[in-house]
Ligand binder design. Structure first.
Ligand SMILES: Nc1nc2c(c(=O)[nH]1)N[C@H]1C(S)=C(S)[C@@H](COP(=O)(O)OP(=O)(O)OC[C@H]3O[C@@H](n4cnc5c(=O)[nH]c(N)nc54)[C@H](O)[C@@H]3O)O[C@H]1N2
Ligand SMILES: Nc1nc2c(c(=O)[nH]1)N[C@H]1C(S)=C(S)[C@@H](COP(=O)(O)OP(=O)(O)OC[C@H]3O[C@@H](n4cnc5c(=O)[nH]c(N)nc54)[C@H](O)[C@@H]3O)O[C@H]1N2
Ligand code: SF4
Ligand SMILES: [Mo]
Length: 728
């Protein structure tokens, strides 16, 4: 050997004493990585590793997944016993499950009797198992019977759902990760893949090493993803719709569209073409901040590619025109025939590990299996299947999460059950959310962690088991249903969400007549039956087959697609009445709060790789806190110099809603008139954010509001206030 020391120490991987590896799917983001958790001879989870033959992650995991087993051992803040109190200002008392469940059921009944069925509301999540979602849906729609039942996916995916429905007649992301291998052009809107979906990013970069295709990132911020792009379009906040209409304008004006595809598979062309005719690149460039040549160039690259693909995440969805933005991306794909073939998809990158599962099976926006309350046949089918009176179902969906909270303010909603969501940190304008929660006659919080901020306002706390303390399925971004095996026992006296829903059903008279299978697999078999022959067909799957295949993409049925399906709409038949997709005319309306003299900066909010959401988990496990310990703001050095603000000092941000103290990180990543603050910390950015709602999806525009920035003289005092925002 020529180089190196003679007796080189071999690299040793620490021996954790694993005696068995158990299969699961990562419980953080929607990439859907297959993970194995190592159990030692004491039965404790001691290691995590990626599954080598899983197509999604091919052995890899990101910084969060690699430490996932720590969730079971670092139990600080976990809920052990149910808690109860008469008033929210009293101390909690520990109680037993019988008391906690019957108290909750009694309050639900009281509120419904006194104020009407819909005065009790249920808000869930994108982070429990599909089987749990389905069971909760049955409980909410078939037993408790409230129409004000929704999930935190309204904060996250509802613009994508709404846009897909408006364009294609149904929800359901049409593409898959394998499309990267076939595409010749990729547009990425408002998505910071390397930090938020690191393994999807790795899949993409792996392909780009073999065949390079133009990667165009549209984001006001120079994200890590933007830095890897061939072109970065630093768009003005909240103006993607203008850019998208202008791209369509160029494609039509230069006759780069596919008239045969448009004729055969779409409707609404005339109105659409008239609208985009108004969005010439010169006019558009003045609004969206992307110069006219770049707009033309991108339009040509996209339209001339043999197969072109778009992905997007919260930069599009969290906007006052989120649903329109999604539909406008779909428009681009429809006019160029870029759907249903390899490398050509408009693929919404989902967020939470099971955001798709709730869209498919929770009944939040309707009935299970992409059925709707508005459809009489759907109501009939489900009522017969569940054994409930069809008249018990409402004939149209009730409020979204973002309307339920204001309905508490106005007194329409009196009681609330929160399941695996923490609005005191994650909803905009938290001062208002606090007042709202305080107004509730009854709040029950069902969470794995009892130190979750929202629990400060509850009357009952139900401690839930977490992730692989349970069994069940998640669906990822590419419609892949994957399984989580029960790796270890629930912590303390916490119980699986499935068990809690089943026990709750027993508390109601109506619940005695409806069958609730006890095991997750039993529920899975039931929802499989309901899926047969539908777009989201699960009927060809089984727990065993899912584990063996490392996940299966729906539709999957025994006869046509026993191994699952990579792409939707390959036959050009859409889920609308006519079977044709809708080209939609989408005028841009500028209704955001904008920077002005008093509040001169745009406030952009989002995420960092080290943390997951409100940090109930990543605030406690792994290296997350070490690398990202404190609430901070990215600020442009030129802007900071004008305000005499230095790197590493604390500054005060204020908006029309509230204020927050953040540490300043000077960086050219943000433009001079913009700052970026991650939303993970309590008492921080959502004190400031406005969160105007999209008219179709009711999703908040978390990424556009206006703030004022001040230098702080007393840095010591500021440091203390900043520390309050990281209570873990
Ligand atoms: N590490 C980590 N990973 C996660 C999560 C997490 O909390 N932590 N959460 C998961 C969840 S639930 C979600 S929803 C996803 C979110 O994943 P992403 O959407 O990728 O993450 P964000 O940081 O919220 O926002 C993405 C980008 O939108 C940009 N943006 C802001 N305004 C605009 C605009 O007007 N137009 C455009 N085009 N872009 C804009 C922001 O600058 C930001 O870079 O991540 C998932 N993965
Ligand atoms: N300013 C700003 N705000 C935002 C966003 C933004 O970009 N900017 N993004 C929005 C988006 S996309 C999202 S998805 C939301 C997320 O907002 P939240 O849903 O409020 O965030 P989480 O911290 O993920 O909350 C999930 C809760 O579920 C608990 N939990 C985890 N697993 C289980 C389980 O198996 N069972 C039970 N019962 N509980 C469990 C966790 O402890 C945690 O308290 O935030 C939104 N808020
Ligand atoms: S990329 Fe997402 S699913 Fe994969 S390990 Fe990381 S957090 Fe988990
Ligand atoms: Mo999300």
């Amino acid at each position: 050997m020529l180089f190196g020391r003679k007796n080189k120490n071999p690299i040793k991987i620490a021996d954790k004493g694993v005696v068995e590896w158990k299969y699961a799917t990562c419980g953080y983001c929607s990439t859907g990585c297959s993970i194995e958790v190592g159990i030692d001879k004491k039965g404790e989870a001691v290691a995590s590793r990626g599954v080598a033959d899983a197509d999604v992650n091919r052995g890899k995991l990101c910084i969060k997944g690699i430490y996932e087993h720590e969730l079971f051992r670092k139990t600080r803040g976990r809920g052990n016993k149910p808690l109860i109190r008469e008033n929210r200002w009293d101390e909690f008392q520990e109680t037993n499950w019988d008391t906690a469940l019957s108290k909750t059921a009694d309050e639900i009944k009281r509120i419904q009797q006194q104020y009407g069925r819909d005065a009790f509301s249920i808000v869930s999540t994108g982070q429990i198992m599909t089987e749990e979602f389905y069971t909760l849906g049955k409980l909410a729609r078939g037993v408790i019977g409230t129409n004000n039942y929704d999930g935190n996916t309204t904060l996250c995916m509802s613009s994508a759902v709404s846009g897909y429905k408006r364009s294609f007649g149904s929800d359901g992301p049409p593409g898959c990760y394998e499309d990267f291998e076939h595409t010749e052009c990729l547009l990425a809107f408002g998505s910071n893949l390397p930090e938020q979906h690191p393994i999807i990013y790795w899949r993409l970069m792996d392909v780009r090493e073999k065949h390079n295709f133009p990667l165009i990132v549209i984001d006001p911020r120079v994200t890590m993803f933007a830095q890897q792009a061939d072109m970065h379009l630093a768009i003005n906040p909240g103006t993607d719709l203008v850019l998208l209409n202008a791209l369509a304008h160029v494609i039509l004006a230069e006759k780069l569209h596919k008239p045969e595809y448009i004729e055969a598979y779409t409707q609404g062309y005339q109105e659409f073409a008239e609208l985009v005719a108004q969005y010439d690149p010169v006019t558009a460039s003045k609004i969206c901040g992307i110069d006219e040549d770049t707009i033309r160039n991108v339009a040509r690259v996209f339209a001339k590619a043999g197969a072109a693909m778009s992905i997007w995440t919260m930069g599009i969805n969290q906007s006052t025109h989120g649903s329109d933005g999604v539909a406008a991306i779909n428009n681009l794909h429809l006019i160029t025939g870029n759907l249903g073939k390899p490398g050509a998809a408009s693929l919404s990158i989902t967020g939470q590990c099971n955001a798709m599962g709730t869209r498919e099976w929770s009944s939040c926006s309707g009935l299970p299996g992409y059925r709707s309350l508005e459809n009489e046949q759907d109501r009939k089918e489900i009522s017969e299947f569940w054994g409930v009176d069809p008249e018990f179902f409402p004939k149209e969906r009730g409020m979204f999460m973002t309307d339920i909270l204001p309905a508490i303010e106005t007194g329409e909603v009196k009681g609330l059950w929160l399941i695996a969501t923490n609005p005191m940190t994650s909803m905009a304008n938290t001062a208002r959310i606090r007042k709202t929660l305080e107004k509730l006659e009854f709040l029950v919080v069902q969470d794995a962690y009892q130190d979750v901020e929202t629990n400060q306002y509850s009357h009952v706390f139900l401690p839930a088991a977490i992730w692989a303390e349970k069994e069940g399925c998640f669906t990822n971004t590419e419609r892949r249903v994957n399984i989580i095996r029960n790796v270890c026992e629930p912590y303390g006296e916490s119980k699986t969400d499935l068990w809690i829903f089943n026990q709750m059903a027993k508390q109601f008279e109506r619940g005695q007549n409806v069958i609730f299978p006890e095991s997750a697999e039993g529920v899975f078999e039931e929802l499989k039956t309901l899926s047969k022959g539908r777009m989201l067909d699960y009927s060809g799957m089984s727990y065993e087959k899912i584990e063996q295949s490392r996940g299966i993409q729906w539709p999957c049925n025994e006869e046509q697609s026993p191994q699952g399906t990579q792409r939707l709409y390959t036959d050009g038949v859409f889920q609308t009445a006519s079977g044709k997709a809708n080209l939609l005319a989408l005028p841009f309306i500028d209704n955001n709060e904008r920077p002005d003299k008093d509040y001169p900066f745009w406030l952009n909010t989002g995420r960092v790789v080290e943390h997951f959401h409100t940090r109930t988990r990543t605030g406690k496990v792994a290296n997350g806190n070490k690398f990202s310990p404190t609430p901070y703001m990215e600020m442009n050095p030129d802007a900071a110099a004008e305000l005499n603000i230095q790197h590493g000092t604390y500054a005060r941000l204020s908006s029309r809603r509230g204020d927050a103290i953040v540490m300043v990180q000077l960086t050219q990543r943000v433009a001079k008139d913009t700052v970026f603050v991650p939303f993970h910390f309590h008492e921080c950015v959502n004190r400031l954010a406005l969160g105007l709602l999209d008219p179709h999806s009711r999703q908040p525009a978390y990424k556009q509001s206006a703030v004022h920035i001040e230098r702080i003289e007393n840095q010591q005092d500021a440091a203390q206030k900043n520390a309050m925002a990281r209570s873990y």
